[in-house]
Every structure is written in structure tokens, then in C-alpha cells.
Design a protein around this ligand. Structure first.
Ligand code: HEC
Ligand code: HEC
Length: 265
């Protein structure tokens, strides 16, 4: 059979379109099926330190806790690629290809119950949100919130734990609490006022009541102090929250930063 020039052109263009759809199929295959590859790699190389389900083991931290959850996709890839100097977490770039790192990162996301990596549009998570990062600094620094509140198991316990607070309260209620803490007081966190026989009064979070004594957590949260009832004149509920009106005194930008941070919890 003789092959004419025009047949060759037709064949070439057919080949091109077959190739193009093959490439497309392969790319989407990589995006969707990477998780399965990632699971194999994870079980072989990561599970020993991070646990079968990312729950953590003695040698590696949990990958499903708040901290790991908040890693942006870029930071997740970076920590697997570059490791963390001075810890058991080595730079896997030495033994994995970029694609394998992507796959294992996708599987870490699956363990976290999240959809796969989405590098182009990822702007969620604190690491990528400068407002929330600035808010975290205020929270743990000059605004003094962390003296009384914890998130990720760190911070004080005079006030409620704030993990998930934005979804628990909703936007309006959250703003209300911050602007006017005494308007509605979270149950179990109200203040008591203890008036002693000598006339001095103490205000703090009520921690315990027994036949002989009450225990009050001092306002700075440090200690639980015991007051014997035979020396106490009265114990009354306070209408005023233990939470100071700090938020209302901040500038608009700082308020927005704190809100962005609380919304990321
Ligand atoms: C020898 C134990 C060990 C192995 C194996 C290991 N890791 Fe780690 N990994 C660690 C330790 C320890 C840390 C915590 C480092 C630190 O203190 O910041 C860590 C941190 C991480 C973090 C960051 C978590 C966070 O909250 O910042 C990720 C993600 C991670 N590892 C994923 C992996 C993946 C994926 C693999 C397998 C390719 C792997 N690790 C293998 C020990 C290990
Ligand atoms: C001296 C301790 C103290 C400080 C400092 C403090 N809080 Fe509070 N906070 C509390 C207490 C106690 C409550 C619970 C009583 C109430 O609802 O007013 C509370 C309640 C809250 C709540 C509502 C939580 C819920 O589950 O209902 C939020 C949100 C909050 N605080 C955020 C902050 C922020 C942000 C800061 C820093 C600007 C801050 N707090 C500073 C003691 C404190």
C-alpha cells in the first residue's frame, strides 16, 4: 500500500489528538490516584513514626492534630521535602521524587479528613493568612488572651478552650463576647466573689466547694486558693465576666487580626 502525503498528515494529527488525551488522562490520574500511591509510601516509610492513621508514635508527632492540620499545602510539602533540622524528621527529597512527595502529602491530607492538595487556590489555614498570623501574635502577646485561654493544648484555663470557637459560636456571637464579655457568660466560667470575715473580697473562677472550704482560681489563673468557710462571710455570683474588656480597646486593624485568628481556630 502506498501512503500519500495527505494520509500522513491525517495520521499525524490523529496521533497528536490521541497523545493529547492520553496526557490529559494521565495528569488527572496523577491528581486522583496519587493518594493510593501515597498510602503505600506512607505505610512503608512514615507510619513507623507517625502511626497508622497519623495519630503519632513515640518517635513522631501526630499528623492529625491542630498544628499539622494548619500547615498550608506549601508548608506540608516543604516539611516532607526538607525535613525539620535536628529532629527525626529527615529531608525526604533525598529518597523520594517530587511526585512521590506530592502523593504522600495527599495521603496525609486524606488522614486529616481533607480533600487533596490544591496548590493553586489554597489560601486557607493560618500559615497563608497574614491577618490570622498577626492575630495569633496579639493573642499570645500584648493582648494577653493566652493567659486565660488555650488552643492546641497551650495557654491558660481561666476561660474556655478556644479550639473551634468560631464554628461553635458563630460570627455575631463571637463579636458580642469580645466586645462585651459580661453580656452572656459561658456556663461554668462565671466569677464568684468571696467576702472574708475581715472584709477583704476575692474574685475568681469557682473551682470547688466542700463542707469546710471553697476554692477559687486567682484571676491571673495561676493558683487555686482555699478559703475556709468559717472565715468566709459570703460567696456570691458576680455578673461581671472575668474576661477584661481588652478587645474593645484595640484599634480596628488589631481587632480584625484577632478575629481572623479566632476564625482560623
Ligand atoms: C524517624 C521518625 C520519623 C519518620 C520516619 C517520619 N517522620 Fe515526620 N516527623 C517526625 C518528627 C519527630 C516530627 C516533628 C518535628 C518537629 O519537632 O518539628 C515530624 C514532623 C512531620 C510533619 C510536620 C507536622 C507538623 O505539625 O508540623 C509532617 C507533615 C511529617 N512529619 C510527615 C512525614 C511523612 C509524610 C513521613 C514519611 C515520608 C514522615 N513524616 C516520616 C518524625 C518522623
Ligand atoms: C483574665 C482572663 C481572661 C483574659 C485575659 C481573656 N479572657 Fe476571654 N474569657 C475569659 C472567661 C472567664 C470567659 C468565659 C466567661 C464569659 O463568657 O465571659 C471568656 C470567654 C471568651 C470567649 C467566649 C468563649 C466561649 O466558648 O463562649 C472568647 C471568644 C474569648 N474569651 C476570647 C478572648 C480573647 C480574644 C482575649 C484577648 C483579647 C481574651 N478572651 C482574654 C477570661 C479571659
Amino acid at each position: 500500500m502506498r501512503v500519500s502525503g495527505s494520509d500522513l498528515v491525517k495520521f499525524q494529527s490523529l496521533l497528536n489528538s490521541v497523545l493529547a488525551s492520553l496526557v490529559m488522562a494521565l495528569t488527572s490520574f496523577a491528581v486522583n490516584a496519587g493518594v493510593g500511591e501515597g498510602q503505600e509510601l506512607y505505610n512503608a516509610y512514615c507510619q513507623i513514626c507517625h502511626g497508622e492513621l497519623g495519630e503519632g508514635q513515640t518517635m513522631g508527632k501526630p499528623l492529625t492534630d491542630g498544628m499539622a492540620n494548619r500547615l498550608s499545602d506549601e508548608d506540608l510539602l516543604a516539611v516532607i521535602t526538607d525535613g525539620r533540622a535536628g529532629t527525626g524528621m529527615v529531608a525526604w527529597a533525598g529518597s523520594f521524587s517530587d511526585e512521590e512527595i506530592f502523593d504522600v502529602a495527599s495521603y496525609v491530607r486524606a488522614l486529616q479528613g481533607k480533600p487533596g492538595l490544591n496548590l493553586a487556590t489554597d489560601d486557607s489555614g493560618m500559615a497563608n493568612n497574614p491577618m490570622a498570623l498577626a492575630g495569633a501574635e496579639l493573642f499570645n502577646g500584648s493582648a494577653g488572651c493566652s493567659n486565660c485561654h488555650s488552643y492546641d493544648d497551650q495557654g491558660g484555663n481561666v476561660g474556655p478552650v478556644l479550639d473551634g470557637v468560631s464554628s461553635r459560636l458563630g460570627e455575631d456571637a463571637l463579636l458580642q463576647v469580645l466586645l462585651n464579655p459580661s453580656a452572656s457568660i459561658a456556663s461554668g466560667y462565671g466569677a464568684k466573689v468571696v467576702e472574708q470575715a475581715d472584709g477583704t473580697t476575692i474574685r475568681g473562677r469557682y473551682r470547688n466547694d466542700s463542707e469546710l472550704a471553697v476554692q477559687i482560681q486567682s484571676e491571673d489563673g495561676r493558683r487555686w486558693v482555699t478559703y475556709f468557710k468559717d472565715r468566709v462571710k459570703s460567696v456570691t455570683d458576680s455578673d461581671e465576666s472575668l474576661m477584661p474588656d481588652v478587645f474593645a480597646t484595640l484599634g480596628a486593624e488589631q481587632q480584625e487580626q484577632l478575629l481572623a485568628f479566632l476564625n482560623s481556630l
